[in-house]
Design a binder for this molecule. Structure first.
Ligand code: 5GP
Ligand code: MG
Ligand code: MG
Length: 179
């Protein structure tokens, strides 16, 4: 275990199993279609990479980067597009792939933004959900795990850009957040 980690919330085995289940469910739901997976950088990259290897219908990727948090651990509510989609999503079956839904503000913005581009359908897939922190309702279609209100890192999720490479989802020691 990494020395900065206080506890592991979800281990590699648990994540692997759940991600495979989600992939199988998505494959069933989209039989006969092709999917455009829109990964929200950078947090969702590892989840997306693992997820798509369990999907057996034609799958395309695009990415968007938005900022909502800055350096801290509290949502500002302000969403800025840092990198936009490469191609039109008009007429495509789009799944937004997120690392975590917290207040829901980021996804609310993304859903409105993408709906305006005229996809054939739009669904949301998130690895993690913190339902107790929700400020706005967002329709989550695929959720890996619901977790308590704790700031987590690993498997793509960062604290000040660190810890994304941890293979599990963990909570850091309190002293790490104070420096
Ligand atoms: P929301 O707009 O739903 O409040 O927050 C969405 C974004 O905030 C997530 O996509 C993620 O980047 C970041 N975030 C929210 N909660 C956590 C957390 O517990 N850990 C990390 N690393 N990022 C979080
Ligand atoms: Mg995110
Ligand atoms: Mg972050």
């Amino acid at each position: 275990m990494h020395p900065d980690v206080e506890k592991i919330l979800l281990n590699e085995e648990q994540i692997k199993e759940r991600v495979a289940q989600l992939g199988r469910q998505i494959s069933q739901d989209y039989q006969g279609e092709s999917i455009l997976m829109v990964g929200i950088l950078k947090g969702a990259m590892i989840f997306l990479a693992d997820l798509v290897r369990h999907i057996n219908v034609p799958t395309f990727f695009d990415f968007m980067a938005v900022s909502s948090y800055g350096a801290g651990t509290v949502s500002s509510g302000a969403v800025r597009i840092l990198k936009d989609l490469e191609k039109s999503i008009h007429g495509r079956h789009v799944i937004i792939v997120e690392d975590i839904v917290d207040t829901g503000l980021t996804l609310q913005y993304l859903v409105e933004n993408m709906k305006a581009r005229g996809p054939a359908s739009l669904k949301i897939c998130t690895l993690l959900d913190k339902p107790s922190r929700r400020k706005v309702a967002v329709p989550v279609d695929y959720n890996g795990f619901s977790i308590p209100d704790e700031f987590v890192v690993g498997y793509g999720l960062d604290y000040n850009e660190r810890y994304r490479n941890l293979p599990y989802i963990a909570v850091l020691k309190p002293e790490i957040y104070q420096i």
